[in-house]
Design a protein around this ligand. Sequence first.
Ligand code: GRF
Length: 193
Amino acid sequence: MADIIVFASGNGSNFEALLKQFSQTRHSIACLITNNPDARAITRAQKHNIPFHVVSWVNKTRGEAEARVNSILDTYTFDIIVLAGFMKILSPEFVNRYKHRIVNIHPSLLPKYPGTNSIEKSYKSNDKKLGITIHYVDSGVDTGPILKQYSFNRTGNETLSEIEQKIHTLEHTYYPEVILSILDKSNNDGGNT
Ligand code: GRF
C-alpha cells in the first residue's frame, strides 16, 4: 500500500478521477495541497474526507511558501507528489528534495505547447494528433522525462470545447492508471509501502 499527495490549484477534475480510482485499490491519497483557498478541488477533498491544506503564495516568496509546504509534507508518509492542475512553478530546490517523486499531467503532446493555454494552442495548430503527456517534474516548465503520452486524431471539424472534452477524457482515464502503475511498480521493487 502506498500513498500519494495531490497538488491542485483549481477545478480538480483530475484529482476527482484519482480519488475515484484510488478508492478501488489498496493505495490512498494522503492529502490535497492547494495554493488557492477557492479551489473547487477543496470541495472534492471534503466530499471524500481527504485532509487538505491551503498554502497561499500571496505575500510570500516562493521559498517561504515552499518551506510551509515542506513542513506539511514532513507530517505525512507518501511515495509520490501528483500535480493535477497545480499552477505554481516549483523551485529547483523543491524538485530536488523530491527527486523522481513528482509527476505532472499536461494537456498537450510535449514538447509541443508547454506552459499555459496549451489546449487552445494545440487547437489552433495544424497538428493532426492532439493529446496529453504524463511526465516527471524537473526544474524546467513541462520539461521533465516523459512517462506516457496518449493521443487522438482530430477530424478537423471539432470545436475548441469538443477538443477540450476529448483531452480531459484522456486525462481522467489515464492519469490514475499511470500513477497506480508507478505505485505498484515501486511496491514490487521493495520501495516504500
Ligand atoms: C488539466 O488540463 C491538466 O492537464 C493541467 O491543468 C488542468 C487541470 O484541470 N495541468 P483540473 O483542475 O484537474 O480539472
